[in-house]
Design a protein around this ligand. Structure first.
Ligand code: AMP
Length: 189
């Protein structure tokens, strides 16, 4: 099963993805994690994208599509992928559908975690204080939210039209969100 966890930054996608990995043995494919690993390693790609992440903007579609494509065989072997933070633009979603189709695969479900902006801002200031991730600083976070609203939210109709979108209350506790994810997935083949 291939699943997209969809929502703005700090909606809880990473937390829920990690639980699904533990409980279902699926592979989490977080383009944010992959990009941060590239930056930490000092690779050519890392050097190229560092400024973009620091500003809270999106890297190019080509970069993230290539990162995802590289990891698909591993996810297939594990029985499925949890896409976390990808796709973030309509062209990324179209590319993902095409790449999966070529491999005889598809997206089975898109779970949207709905969290309102004041709650996101509160969560992110807490995470910034605890972890100090540079792009969690309040000014950069405004840019990340704007990128979500302008470039990522338009994906909602894309998946709604495909009949794949389930909307969940991401304001609830981690356990309650987890239960609603399990309930949504129980009806997916
Ligand atoms: P995240 O950890 O998912 O919030 O991603 C952190 C940052 O990585 C984002 O603010 C973007 O700069 C970049 N990024 C991650 N995933 C993507 C994506 N699918 N498309 C473009 N940029 C991305």
């Amino acid at each position: 099963m291939n699943l997209i966890l969809f929502g703005p930054p700090a909606a809880g996608k990473g937390t829920q993805a990690k639980r699904l990995v533990e409980q279902r043995g699926m592979v989490q494919l977080s383009t944010g994690d992959m990009l941060r690993a590239a930056i930490a390693s000092g690779s050519e790609l890392g050097q190229k994208v560092k400024g973009v992440l620091d500003r809270g903007e999106l890297v190019t579609d080509e970069i993230v599509i290539a990162l995802i494509e590289e990891r698909l065989p591993e996810a297939e072997a594990a029985g499925g992928a949890i896409f976390d933070g990808f796709p973030r633009t309509v062209p990324q979603a179209q590319a993902l559908d095409a790449i999966l189709a070529k491999r005889g695969q598809k997206i089975d479900s898109v779970l949207r975690l709905k969290v309102d902006e004041p709650a996101l801002i509160e969560r992110i200031s807490k995470r910034f204080a605890e972890q100090g991730r540079p792009d969690d600083n309040p000014e950069v976070f405004v840019t990340r939210l704007a990128a979500y609203n302008a470039q990522t939210a338009p994906l909602l109709p894309y998946y709604r039209e495909q009949g794949k979108l389930t909307e969940l209350d991401g304001m609830a506790s981690v356990e309650t969100v987890a239960a609603s994810i399990d309930a949504a997935l129980s009806v997916v083949a």
